[in-house]
Design a protein around this ligand. Structure first.
Ligand SMILES: NC(=O)c1ccc[n+]([C@@H]2O[C@H](COP(=O)([O-])OP(=O)(O)OC[C@H]3O[C@@H](n4cnc5c(N)ncnc54)[C@H](OP(=O)(O)O)[C@@H]3O)[C@@H](O)[C@H]2O)c1
Length: 278
């Protein structure tokens, strides 16, 4: 099956990526985590998301090991902590990340969430990194619609390549204002915690729907996100069996009656809900 693709950071990439939060926490697990990521790459899941925050850089080291020898296949995403996001701090944090990732560039570098450094400073840091060839594109994370409007009004702000937010069937807040805004501006949304860190797997209603389709709850959760235009779910899976299961979500069609049942179980947001983050 040809994978459904999307353009992000100037690259065509499959609609489903790989997350890495909690990877690198335990030395003994690192090899298995890198193996799971490589299995994902073998299956075409070439967008890999990490951050300097995860395991204090340990996740980036695992990703570095996983992509060694196959860097060109990967759309590599990392994030700067808001506390580091001054102009100089952004550059220095990126250089540390590149070292841990054993690469000379990131495809996409995100501000992890809004902080106390003015956005203009962070953008100046991103611009310096781009000029030096250390990042190809930049974006943000955990920005709501008002944050995005503020960013887009800044000089150079419209070059933002993505906004990575908490979005899944149980967290539909982006649908009210953020997702329509990003669609209008052709900015893809990366959906983090797409299976709510595993908590959705215990939902009785979802279990019933998944069983009726001969699928798993994780696959239904991912297939639903994959139907949302411009959305790239990034599940984290340290077990190859989970990676393989998630990859098959790209082939799962959700019939109209399933979509109606999901809407009844997890209604779309009303009004102007606040941002949700983990
Ligand atoms: N920007 C931000 O602020 C932010 C915040 C949170 C997350 N993120 C990013 O988004 C990624 C994904 O979010 P997340 O890690 O919070 O949560 P998630 O992807 O919703 O859930 C991860 C958990 O689900 C399990 N899992 C994955 N696939 C499964 C399957 N098919 N069947 C059963 N269990 C499955 C994993 O187990 P195993 O690992 O044992 O396979 C892991 O325990 C993160 O890793 C990170 O890269 C970004």
């Amino acid at each position: 099956m040809t994978l459904p693709m999307i353009e992000i950071a100037g690259r065509r990439t499959p609609r489903l990526g790989q997350g890495t939060w909690n990877m690198g926490e335990r030395g003994a697990d690192r090899e298995a985590e890198a193996r799971a990521l490589r299995r994902g790459l073998d299956l075409g899941l070439t967008l890999v998301d990490t951050a300097e925050m995860y395991a204090q850089g340990g996740s980036e080291e695992v990703v570095g090991a996983a992509i060694a020898g196959r860097r060109d296949e990967v759309v590599l995403v990392s994030k700067v902590l808001p506390s580091n996001a001054s102009r100089q701090g952004t550059v220095a944090a990126c250089e540390r990340s590149l070292k841990r990732l054993a690469t000379d560039h990131l495809d996409l570098y995100l501000l992890h969430w809004t902080g106390s450094h003015p956005l203009e400073e962070t953008l100046a840091g991103f611009a310096a990194l781009q000029a030096a060839g250390k990042i190809r594109h930049w974006g943000v994370s955990n920005f709501d619609a008002d944050d995005m409007a503020e960013l887009l009004a800044l000089e150079g702000g419209a070059a933002c390549a993505t906004n990575q937010v908490l979005y899944n069937l149980t967290r539909r807040w982006p649908e009210a204002r953020l997702a329509p805004l990003c669609r209008r501006r052709s900015i893809p949304l990366m959906a983090y915690s797409p299976i709510e860190q595993g908590r959705m797997l215990r939902d009785a209603g979802l279990k019933k729907i998944a069983a009726g389709l001969g699928a798993t709850v994780a696959q239904v959760a991912l297939a639903w996100l994959l139907r949302q235009p411009g959305v790239i779910p990034i599940p984290k899976a340290a077990r190859p069996v989970h990676v393989e299961e998630n990859r098959r979500a790209l082939e799962l069609e959700l019939p109209d009656e399933t979509l109606s049942a999901l809407n009844r179980l997890f209604p779309a947001p009303k009004g102007n809900p606040s941002i949700e983050m983990l």
